[in-house]
Ligand binder design. Sequence first.
Ligand SMILES: *[C@@H]1O[C@H](CO)[C@@H](O)[C@H](O)[C@H]1NC(C)=O
Ligand SMILES: *[C@@H]1O[C@H](CO)[C@@H](O)[C@H](O)[C@H]1NC(C)=O
Length: 239
Amino acid sequence: MDSINVFKGYGKVSLEQPNPPPPNHLHRRRRFIVASLAVFLTLAIGSLIAVLICESATESDKPEPSSQLASNSAASLKIVCAVTRYPETCFSAISPLNSPPSNSPLRFFNLSLHAGAAQVSSLISLANETKAEAAVKDCAELFDDAASQLARSAESISVGSSSSGEKVLTEMRISDLQTWISAAMTDQETCVDGLEEMGSTAVDEFKVRVQKSQEYMSNSLAILNNIHSLFAKFGLTMP
Ligand SMILES: *[C@@H]1O[C@H](CO)[C@@H](O)[C@H](O)[C@H]1NC(C)=O
Ligand SMILES: *[C@@H]1O[C@H](CO)[C@@H](O)[C@H](O)[C@H]1NC(C)=O
């Protein structure tokens, strides 16, 4: 009802306006202008719609760009873990630590170091509980060294924070990290070798737990070795 009244009102206003009929040629010119304006607007809107349709079509045709994939943290983590030898271990170790969700390969590397450090911690506890044998005592020391190597690694990537403007992943640092993680793996290997040589009764238990811990560290190394290509894949610049 209201809208009808409004229209009626406008109609009345225009009728009541003391508008003398314009001369004929002016009238025709005005009509021409209105008509061209209408044509112009139609064309403009039409081409705008065409462009939009075209754009959305190419958008959906294109394969998903990796930067878009990287916006989903779990998908990003899958891509990162795919470079490792034990992708399932990698995913299940890192995803519970991935909070708040991240898509930075450096953050995933950091979390993988922390997951490995937790494995080493539990190995230290196991060795402490089983300390009776000399070989196990050696293992406790080796695990302690492995823990230091991992702690040093995690510390080294925290030091060069982006706020200081210092580059985190310099070639030098990457090389140090490779050295330290490899040293931690060697420590664990040496432990198992020692237990085997001494015919320790604890060897089987340690073998299984050390193997798991080695997988974590192998994954950390793989992420590190592929860090350039992972950053490139996600369209991110190396910190
Ligand atoms: C293991 O034992 C060492 C020395 O006996 C001790 O310093 C360390 O805190 C213990 N660690 C764990 C996890 O039990
Ligand atoms: C690495 O992860 C730990 C544990 O989540 C966190 O406390 C630390 O700040 C992280 N370091 C970097 C450099 O992201």
